[in-house]
Design a protein around this ligand. Sequence first.
Ligand code: SF4
Ligand code: SF4
Length: 336
Amino acid sequence: MEAETIQLTPVSTSSQLPDFATTLKQHQQTLRRNVALDILQVNVGKLCNLACHHCHVDAGPKRTEIMSWATMQHLLRLLDATEPSPHTVDITGGAPELNPYFRDFVSACRERGIHVIDRCNLTVLFEDNQQDTAQFLAQNNVEIVASLPCYSLENVDKQRGIGTFDKSIRALQQLNALGYGQPDSGLVLNLVYNPLGAHLPPAQQQLEADYKQQLQQNFDIVFNHLLTITNMPIKRFAHQLDNDNALESYMQLLLDNFNPGAAENIMCRNLVSIGWDGAIYDCDFNQMLEIPLNDNKRNISELSSLQQLCETPIATDLHCYGCTAGSGSSCSGALA
Ligand code: SF4
Ligand code: SF4
């Protein structure tokens, strides 16, 4: 069953945490985007075949928000009009593959020579009308970033729903058979780990070695890299923390582990995130909290080029401490 949709930001904690922007200033760091965008992150909708406990998108099978083809076409025009153009389009959801225009959008990006990432939950590959999605992704040399929060059945099914682990393993074997994750194939398969509870991820490199050993030994699965991601104190995870009376202690954990080295590399400096309706955000997390840009441009319909978003200020709040704790966290894994 889909979880209740509750927006709960860490601002609702009673302890007085220092403002994130002030903390960054104390470390001589600015909150402005870089002079060029590397990545355009596009959330093509909230529809998903799963409804995971930690999901910061509140995605699920009943969600109806889907990016239209007209919005995708406008994004393609903006990519054409931007010099230098972002080198990567990072497609998220929900389950992006369930958007009826997903393949058209991927193909159009690839025709332009843009690297495409599909954030795939793996189980979607077994949904109706998705039987040839893996082949489509391979033919278009799309990088797959797939969530697998653990290499054990018990932990994955606990977080993502019963039966998810078995399906994920079968999907990974199918992707390996197509060449994904195999040496020299050029087909990149990265996995994503996020903690099961209110703690920081372990060291990325060591955990990657454990994942590789376990998945190879037990299921003959190979992959390229493991990306560790910190659970952000927003949406379903914040709601769960609040229920457990653990929101304040989790925020304090993030603050106590503030890492200036990670703060130097926060992902909002080199990307923007686009919502299903064309709204522009500093990152996927701000999108889910509906924190608008610190700029007068709010929707791609107001833009003639993505260059207009460069060097603009970044809007932050206390959830940003999730990006700078420990080794740091981003859609590309650890930062420091
Ligand atoms: S698969 Fe991803 S988008 Fe779908 S519910 Fe789970 S975390 Fe959310
Ligand atoms: S949550 Fe978003 S805006 Fe805040 S630091 Fe992380 S990437 Fe930047």
